[in-house]
Design a protein around this ligand. Structure first.
Ligand SMILES: *Cc1c(COP(=O)(O)O)cnc(C)c1O
Length: 389
């Protein structure tokens, strides 16, 4: 008997699941582990959103099959967010679709746009889903290396012509996970011009669009001129509103791309549960003070981690402008995996080797400030006292 398609067999194990197993084993052995590997924040969902969900659960109309592209209240709330945050006008009927988390939308967008053998341009390092979903769709991945000296922007002029000809879709992710790089609207404009000239679709994953510090406000790709012809953008309530478990996100932008994804999704899932959509709409329409409060907490944790790393001699690091990660070079003499192992053995702190995000992550590591502030302090103390480089 064969229990697995070649396609599924070709998927490498999800690195984070492997790390989770390793962590459980160490905990069993009595090691006091501080996990700064996963990007799932510890801070709770804001109570007003949870209350709204409970209220919507009482309405029996909300308990039926949902509208597969999202209820109109949610799509309007996303359009409202784009107007308020970016001054971008979106038609909630045709230019917004609800997703069961942006991971779901990202994975389903690929088969909605490409045929087997066609190429998807993917950054390296990157969130692993772009590559895995391309493999599942029998597409080809072309990795665009993100280099520190280019501010982790792909060098579009170095993509070979024959690759560009076969490419149908390019993924971008700014603010970037794992590198925390941010771009300006000029960059998005250049990429949109390139996409128009070469007839490909750009998808920007903006999971960290509201997790930013100080005066910095990350732009949307839809602020570029002509973006609506070639671009879509993914967003999620997961990071912005600490709603990872709710599974609610959106894709906005080009109406044809949205139509295509909605046809595919209409035959796979039937959309997210309506009370969850309505609670998310409520969050998007409320004031954003609660986001600022949480961002302040992440920022002080990031400051503490950066300060600790500097004190032990990790150089060239700054507190990022957005996202809740520190991305830094491993010290001389270590690979990423060796350094992560070394830190774990010496301190019980789990960090993510850059290679978990692709080959080009070699030489770097990522720390997520996703545990409570006391534990961050404990991790910082252990790094300072137990790590000698
Ligand atoms: C966390 C994350 C996501 C997943 O978002 P969900 O809406 O929870 O599926 C997508 N992209 C990036 C880059 C992320 O870090």
């Amino acid at each position: 008997m064969r229990y697995r398609s070649n396609r599924v067999s070709s998927i490498p194990p999800y690195t984070f699941l492997e790390m989770k197993k390793h962590k459980e084993k160490l905990i069993e052995q009595g090691v006091d582990i501080i996990d700064l590997g996963m990007g799932d924040p510890d801070l709770p969902t804001h109570p007003h959103v949870v209350e709204k969900l409970m209220e919507e659960l009482q309405d029996s109309n909300n308990l039926k099959y949902p509208n597969p592209i999202g209820c109109i209240e949610y799509r309007k709330a996303v359009a409202h967010f784009y107007k308020k945050q970016y001054d971008v006008d979106l038609n909630p009927e045709t230019e917004v679709i609800a997703l069961i988390g942006s991971k779901e939308g990202t994975a389903n967008l690929i088969p909605a746009l490409i045929d087997p053998g066609e190429t998807v341009l993917i950054p390296d390092p990157a969130y692993p889903v772009y590559e895995m979903a391309t493999i599942l769709a029998n597409g080809r991945c072309y990795k665009m290396p993100l280099e520190e000296e280019n501010n982790y922007e792909p060098e579009i002029s170095s993509i070979p012509d024959h690759v560009i000809k076969e490419a149908k879709l390019m993924f971008l992710n700014y603010p970037n996970n794992p590198t925390t790089a941010c771009v300006d609207v000029d960059f998005f404009q250049r990429v949109c011009n390139f996409a128009k000239k070469n007839e490909l679709i750009i998808a920007n994953d903006s999971a960290y669009n509201m997790v930013s510090y100080g005066e910095y406000k990350p732009p949307s790709i839809l602020q570029a001129n002509g973006a609506m012809e070639v671009a879509v953008e993914f967003g999620t309530l997961s990071k912005t509103f600490n709603m990872t478990g709710f599974r609610i996100g959106y894709m906005v932008g080009n109406a044809e791309v949205i139509k295509s994804l909605s046809i595919l999704k209409g035959n796979i899932d039937t959309g997210q549960f309506t009370p969850i959509q309505k609670a998310a709409a409520y969050a998007l329409q409320g004031d954003y003070h609660c986001i600022e409060e949480y961002n302040g907490i992440y920022q002080s944790r990031l400051n503490a981690v950066v300060e600790a790393l500097k004190s032990i001699g990790v150089v060239d690091i700054e507190v990022p402008k957005a996202a809740y990660f520190v991305w830094a070079r491993v010290p001389k003499g270590y690979t990423s995996a060796e350094f992560a192992q070394f830190v774990l053995e010496k301190t019980g702190v789990i960090i993510t080797p850059g290679t978990a995000f692709g080959e080009n992550g070699e030489g770097y590591f990522r720390i997520a400030v996703s545990v409570d502030s006391h534990r961050i302090q404990e991790a910082v103390t252990r790094i300072k006292n137990k790590l000698f480089l």
